[in-house]
Design a protein around this ligand. Structure first.
Ligand code: SF4
Length: 422
């Protein structure tokens, strides 16, 4: 099989990993025009310094020995199979790089022959790129569950970012939908990478010459909706992963039925709003100092699809409001719907100069349409209604109507920067 055909098959097979989203398109240059659209598997991701970069996104092989119920590449699925050689992937990456199509590589693989063999091939590819081609661009590589940790460690020394996908949020679901995968084969290397990363960062502070080890951190992906776990269970799992394994990101992927299996739920489409709520709550865990137990709980195990998790929390905790913006601390301000990190910092800095009036506050960037129900400014309640929990809930519900729909490209909107989560 020629390399072009392999790229077609293996870039297509890689697109279900959401650590970066595919944006490949096929369009040849025309007379008088500039540039081609690369035909396969180019996606975007973020480097450790926050730059958006384009990556060649490939599977090394889609010839899997495992049979995970939800996966397009499962062994029992009848579809074209292909595998690269390490030399082919390295050459392809360099050729794409030299043509300025990409700035890096995102390399994953199905379990081809066995986990160690697959991981060896990924390491070999990275060695050719780094040592033979002196490629210094960004590389995100998958660690294969069940592979010897020494191989995973070698990949981590060559890559910028590494991930091991948990996919299913509980041992029971793993047993039923991906019976050949063991939870320990996923969690042990993840824990070891987390430990090695902490060590690497400490050493790097002391010795500049410390060899790199996944400097852009490690991540994982969870599938949402293929198995019966509640949102609370998924969020608790993410919280544990951040706290215990030093994870950089958890990605959530709404379940898409790509292959029929009686163990999978019958769904009309991927649960995209649920996925969105998980990303919003995940953001609250990482940047707003919330705990999973504050956002959801055993008595409220699923997200309210009408309100974002921060607004929902505020409406369920109205006894903690209204807060006076001239006195509240940074973390308290961050809990006010409509106030995000930027406006919280601005408020704290501006009030050192003078007591804030409602007019001053407007200029500092909070989304007052939301925040007004939860704050006092210079002793004034700005909502224009009495501070009455039932009234506030009904006004907020009225304000939110239609907000959870996808905006038309041409719809008029005055979306503020902090409106999305603030
Ligand atoms: S091991 Fe990975 S590629 Fe193979 S069937 Fe399972 S999810 Fe798919």
């Amino acid at each position: 099989m020629d390399t072009r055909k392999k790229v077609e098959i293996l870039a297509e097979a890689a697109k279900y990993d959401v650590s970066c989203s595919s944006s490949g398109s096929s369009r040849a240059n025309q007379k008088g025009g500039i540039g081609n659209a690369a035909p396969s598997g180019i996606c975007h991701s973020w480097s450790s310094d926050g730059r958006c970069i384009s990556l060649l996104k490939l599977l090394f092989s889609n010839d899997c020995i495992y049979d995970c119920a939800y996966c397009i590449n499962r062994a029992s699925n009848h579809k074209p199979r292909a595998s690269f050689t390490a030399e082919e992937v390295a050459k392809l990456t360099i050729n794409f790089y030299k043509r300025n199509y990409i700035e890096g590589l995102f390399l994953s693989s199905a379990v081809f022959l066995n986990p160690d063999y697959t991981m060896e091939q990924l390491v070999k590819t990275l060695k050719i790129l780094r040592n033979s081609y002196q490629f210094n661009g960004y590389i995100h590589v998958k660690a294969i569950p069940g592979a010897d940790y020494r191989l995973i460690r070698q990949a981590g020394e060559l890559a910028d970012r590494m991930s091991i996908n948990i996919e299913l949020p509980s041992r029971d679901s793993l047993k039923s939908l991906a019976p050949q995968k063991k939870a320990t084969d996923i969690l042990q290397p993840m824990e070891q990478i987390g430990t090695d990363l902490v060590e690497y960062k400490e050493d790097k502070k002391k010795f500049k010459s410390t060899p790199d080890f996944v400097p852009a951190g490690h991540t994982t992906q969870l599938i949402v909706g293929a198995s019966p776990e509640k949102d609370f269970q998924i969020l608790k799992l993410s919280e544990g992963l951040y706290n215990r394994f030093n994870l950089k990101r958890v990605y959530y992927s709404a379940f898409m039925p790509v292959t029929p299996d009686k163990r999978l739920p019958a769904v009309s489409g991927p649960p995209l709003l649920r996925e969105h709520r998980l990303y919003q709550a995940d953001w609250l865990l990482r940047f707003y100092n919330f705990g999973a137990d504050e956002i959801l709980g055993p008595d409220r195990p699923d997200f309210n699809l009408d309100f974002d998790p921060k607004l929902d929390w505020a409406l369920n905790n109205l006894d903690k409001f209204p807060v006076e913006v001239n006195q509240a601390g940074y973390w308290q301000l961050l809990r006010v719907p409509g106030i995000g990190p930027t406006s919280a910092r601005r408020i704290i800095s501006a009030r050192k100069e003078a007591r804030l009036s409602p007019d001053n506050l407007k200029k500092l960037g909070p989304v007052l349409k939301r925040a007004k129900y939860f704050i006092l400014c210079d002793g004034k309640y700005l909502a224009g209604i009495p501070f009455d929990p039932d009234l506030i809930k009904s006004r907020v519900a009225r304000d939110q109507k239609g907000k959870n729909q996808q905006l038309s490209l041409f719809a008029e909107t005055n979306l503020d920067k902090e409106q999305v989560i603030g």
